[in-house]
Design a protein around this ligand. Sequence first.
Ligand code: GLN
Length: 536
Amino acid sequence: MSKFIFITGGVVSGIGKGIVGASVGRLLKDRGFSVFMQKFDPYINVDPGTMSPYQHGEVFVTKDGAETDLDLGHYERFIDEELTQRSNVTTGRIYSEVIQKERRGDYNGSTVQVIPHITDRIKGYVYKAAEESKADIIITEIGGTVGDIESLPFIEAIRQIHAENKKEDVLFIHITLVPTIPGSDELKTKPTQHSFKQLMSQGIKTNIIVVRSSEKISDEIKNKISLFCDVPKSAIVQSENVDFIYEVPVRLHKQGLDDYILHKLNLKGDKNNNHWEEMLQSIKNAKDTIEIGLVGKYVQLHDAYLSVSQALIDASYKNGYKVNIHWINSEEVDEESSKKLFKDLDGIIVPGGFGRRGVEGMISASKYARENNIPYFGICFGMQIAIIDIARNVCGLVGADSTEKDEHTKYPVISLMESQFDIENIGGTLRLGNYDCKLLENTKVRKLYGKDLIQERHRHRYEFNNKFKEQLEKQGVVFSGINPELNLAEIIEYNGADYFVACQFHPEFKSRPNKVHPLFDGFIKAIIKRKEKINK
Ligand code: GLN
């Protein structure tokens, strides 16, 4: 039997519910419990797969190929569990499933309504997550802010879950803002009081309040919140502003949050094994900085590359360095500007992307890295870019391109597979989620992974066109990772370079702060080695 924790947010959006939720998950895992996490998003899109990265940030892909909210990336990194399609559910998905059932006649002629049909479907996702994951504790974050029209059915569903289960099996955590008034340094609890009342009016009495505030909250503030919001003082903790997000669980633990949660859930946990504190210590010891250029077209919004940048940060710390990411707009890169833009960089990364805009700039970035032996790491689009660069500039295939950008190119080095041609609906042609990849002996990546067969997560439509394989191989490209069923190129390396590795999948989704992905680790190690050689 699983226990359930529901996380809601009050006052404003963007107060870090995702990080707090992930931290709660981490703490409970550290106390010896298995944890599964999910997020309910109140928007109408069925999933964020079709949303602009400018609006929504990165689309995080799970092993089973679900395109999900970026908070799932936090969850996976914090709790180190692979989540699934059950972990991200939107209003759009719930309604479309209910409407499909209605059209099929599954409701036997009854009037289909928000309560119970929509709410039952929502509850189904919570109970199914428990059933399938068999985790001790299911943590569910409700996106949006309490009081929003969109989140009402979700709040109602979790209220019902509370009513249907034993008191000690369901717990509510509310995250709220305690602002200061500009000019006076006074902290104000009124918005929190209102948010508490709002939740109460929807039938939920929160058990725990997590306060976000720019200042440290005093005992007096806690007393006030405790009085007005009817929670004991020991159930009020602060999620302080921190330099490094991995400090959040440690700080919450120090305030007794996990003890209090276990007490309320009537669970006896192990002693907390403080291994994240050790990790934080080594992070704080990092002194020197490496400079990495991230070349993409959505760089104005760093969240569009959240897992990539987090993996770079984690891999750098692991190797004793801080990283400074230079966010380079690929539309501003060409052969000329790259000399200036990349001059002081220790490494260049070209992450995933779609469409035509800014592609030439990315190709220039690959060329610059290759010709100046600067470590290059291409991810998904970044591998396709590297192949176009090498085809054009090393193999002499003038005008080589991806058919995504130039349908009529003479040399379609990146193209759709034939089996993809007859699919009318382009949305259905993405290769998503885990695929096997076999690694070639005596290659960089084989050494980095330390095994022959790996599984990595995908999200792309186009593939390397094997017709050009031999030509590229002759010029030093090693196809070091191959999908065995479809014979698709999954990883390439360029011979002679210190580190020129590119992969068709998204390794950033599997990197963890304390289990850094081998390709990120290899990239950072190559950067450090080169830097040390230059400084000698
Ligand atoms: N646009 C490319 C494709 O669809 C790469 C996608 C990506 O980088 N995620 O194949």
